[in-house]
Design a protein around this ligand. Structure first.
Ligand code: GDP
Ligand code: ZN
Length: 464
C-alpha cells in the first residue's frame, strides 16, 4: 500500500448505525493551519477557535445546510494524533454522516485527503509520541473490552500503568548496565568492583521486579482474552442447564467469540469479570446445510483451541462407552473437568465438594438444577485459569507483551547463570542485560518494525 502517514485522513469516528451524535474526524497530516482554516470556511462557513465548541452549519458545495452541529478544532500538537484535527459532531445517522464525509472528501481545499485505514488515527498518535505502543494497544482493548473488569484494566493501561512499571524496570536495568559496562573498561578491577557495587543483588532485584510485572500482565491478558470452555456430554445430561446456572446472576451475556455468530452454540458469560467463551457442542449435529456446516467446522476449530473442556455426566449413570467416544474426539492434552451433574437425584445424596482426582481427572459434583456445587465449579475454573483475586492493580496485556516479558526474563536468568559460572566473562553478562532491555523496549514500541505496527493497528476499528 502506498499510503503514508503524512497524508490528511478522514473517517466517521462513531460506531456505524444510528445514535444521538455522530462524529466525522479529520487529521491533517503534515498540512498546516492555513489548510485547516480553508476547510473550516468551506464546511462551517467560518474559522473555528481551537478547543472551543462552536455550533455551526455543515454546508454542501452549493451552500445548503446538510446538518448543524458542533465544530471542534484541535491545533497541532495538542490533539489525539498530534496533528491538526478537526471534529465535526453532527447527528448520528449513517446517511447524513456519509454525506458529510463525502462532502469533506470532495473539497479541493485539502490536497490528498483520503479515508483513514483502521487504527490510523491511533497509529499517528503513536508515531507522534502521544502514546506509547502499549497504550495504543490499550485503546483497542478498551473499545473491545467485553466485561467491566476488562474495561477498567484497559483503562489503567491506557493511563500508562503498564508503561510506567516497564519504565521503572528499564531504568533499573540501565543503571545496572552502566555499572557493568563501566567496569568492562577497567578489566583489572572487574570482579571486585561488581561485588562492591552488589551487582548480583541488583540483578536479583531486577528479576523479582520483572516477575511481578509478568504476573500482573498474565492476569491482564486473561481478563482481555478470557477463557474458552467447551461443554461436551450426551444429550440430556444437563449442558444447557449448566450453562444457565454458570451464567447465573451475571447473565449479562457479553460479546460472542469473534467470527462466530451469537447462537445457541457459542456464548460468552463472565465469572468475576473474566470472559468465559462457552461452546455447547450439542449444537454440532451432522447436517446437509452448507452454511450450517461452515459454522460447525468453525466451531470445531474453536474447540481445538479450548482452554478447558467440561465433560458432563449424569451422576446416576456415570461414565459410559459413549463418553469414551466423546473424550476420544477431543484434542489431545486439553484440560478436562469431569462434571457429575444431577446429584440432587442421587438416592444417597453426596456432598458437592467430594472431589476425587482419579486418573489425573478432576471431578466436580453438582446439580445444575439446585445450584449445589456451582460456586465450587466457578472457583475451579478460575483456579485452572490461574486467576488470583483482586483486579485493582493489573493492567491489560496481550500475548505479544507476555512473549517479550518471558524473553526478557530468560535473558536475565542467562545473565545470572553466566555470573555464577564464570565471573570473569563480564562481556557475556553485559550482553544478556542488553538483550533483556531490547525485549522490554519492544513492548512500549521503542524499537518496532513497520510490519508489527501495521499488524497491530490494522486490527483497530475504522475511525480510531
Ligand atoms: P442437555 O441436553 O445436555 O443440554 O441437557 P439439558 O440442560 O437440556 O437438561 C436435560 C434435562 O435434565 C432437563 O429436563 C433439565 O431440567 C434436567 N436437568 C438438568 N440438570 C439437572 C439437575 O442438576 N438436576 C435435575 N433434577 N434435573 C436436571
Ligand atoms: Zn442442551
Amino acid at each position: 500500500m502506498s499510503t503514508t502517514h503524512q497524508d490528511p485522513i478522514i473517517a466517521v469516528a462513531t460506531a456505524p448505525g444510528r445514535g444521538g451524535i455522530g462524529v466525522v474526524r479529520v487529521s491533517f497530516g503534515k498540512l498546516g493551519a492555513e489548510v485547516v482554516a480553508r476547510l473550516m470556511l468551506a464546511i462551517c462557513g467560518q474559522e473555528l477557535t481551537p478547543r472551543h465548541a462552536t455550533y455551526v452549519p455543515f454546508l454542501s458545495a452549493q451552500g445548503e445546510v446538510l446538518d448543524r452541529g458542533i465544530g471542534l478544532y484541535f491545533a497541532a500538537p495538542h490533539s489525539y494524533t498530534g496533528e491538526h484535527v478537526l471534529e465535526l459532531q453532527g447527528h448520528g445517522g449513517p446517511v447524513v454522516l456519509q454525506l458529510l464525509l463525502q462532502r469533506c472528501l470532495a473539497v479541493h481545499e485539502v490536497p490528498g485527503l483520503r479515508l483513514a485505514e483502521p487504527g490510523e488515527f491511533t497509529h499517528r498518535a503513536f508515531l507522534n509520541d502521544k502514546l506509547d505502543l502499549a497504550q495504543a494497544e490499550a485503546v483497542a482493548d478498551l473499545i473491545e473490552a467485553s466485561t467491566e473488569a476488562a474495561a477498567r484494566c484497559a483503562g489503567r493501561s491506557l493511563d500508562g500503568a503498564f508503561s510506567r512499571a516497564l519504565e521503572r524496570l528499564v531504568d533499573d536495568l540501565i543503571r545496572l548496565r552502566m555499572l557493568v559496562e563501566a567496569t568492562l573498561d577497567f578489566p583489572e578491577e572487574e570482579v571486585d568492583f561488581l561485588e562492591a557495587a552488589d551487582a548480583h543483588g541488583k540483578l536479583a532485584a531486577l528479576r523479582h521486579e520483572l516477575a511481578q510485572i509478568q504476573s500482573d500482565a498474565r492476569q491482564g491478558a486473561l481478563l482481555r482474552e478470557g477463557l474458552s470452555v467447551v461443554l461436551v456430554g450426551q444429550p440430556n445430561v444437563g449442558k444447557s442447564s449448566l450453562l444457565n446456572a454458570l451464567a447465573g446472576a451475571e447473565l449479562a451475556i457479553v460479546t460472542p467469540i469473534a467470527g462466530t455468530t451469537r447462537d445457541k452454540v457459542a456464548q460468552t458469560i463472565q465469572i468475576e469479570g473474566i470472559p468465559l467463551h462457552i461452546i455447547d457442542t450439542a449444537g454440532l449435529r451432522e447436517t446437509e446445510d452448507e452454511i450450517e456446516r461452515i459454522g460447525i467446522a468453525r466451531t470445531w476449530q474453536a474447540i481445538k483451541q479450548a482452554d478447558i473442556v467440561l465433560h458432563l455426566l449424569d451422576a446416576r449413570i456415570g461414565f459410559t462407552p459413549e463418553d469414551e467416544e466423546i473424550i476420544a474426539s477431543l484434542p489431545a492434552g486439553v484440560t478436562v473437568l469431569q462434571i457429575h451433574n444431577k446429584i440432587d437425584l442421587l438416592a444417597a445424596p453426596a456432598g458437592v465438594n467430594a472431589i476425587t482426582e482419579t486418573q489425573a481427572m478432576r471431578i466436580v459434583r453438582l446439580s445444575a438444577k439446585s445450584g449445589a456445587g456451582i460456586e465450587h465449579l466457578r472457583a475451579q475454573l478460575l483456579e485452572l485459569a490461574g486467576w488470583r483475586a483482586g483486579t485493582e492493580n493489573i493492567y491489560s496485556a496481550r500475548e505479544r507483551h507476555l512473549i517479550a516479558l518471558r524473553a526478557a526474563a530468560q535473558h536475565l536468568q542467562n545473565a545470572a547463570e553466566q555470573a555464577a559460572q564464570n565471573a570473569q566473562a563480564l562481556d557475556l553478562f553485559a550482553e544478556e542485560l542488553r538483550l533483556a532491555q531490547l525485549r522490554l523496549n519492544e513492548i512500549t514500541g521503542e524499537f518496532t518494525s513497520d510490519d508489527l505496527l501495521g499488524e497491530i493497528f490494522s486490527r483497530f476499528c475504522i475511525g480510531k
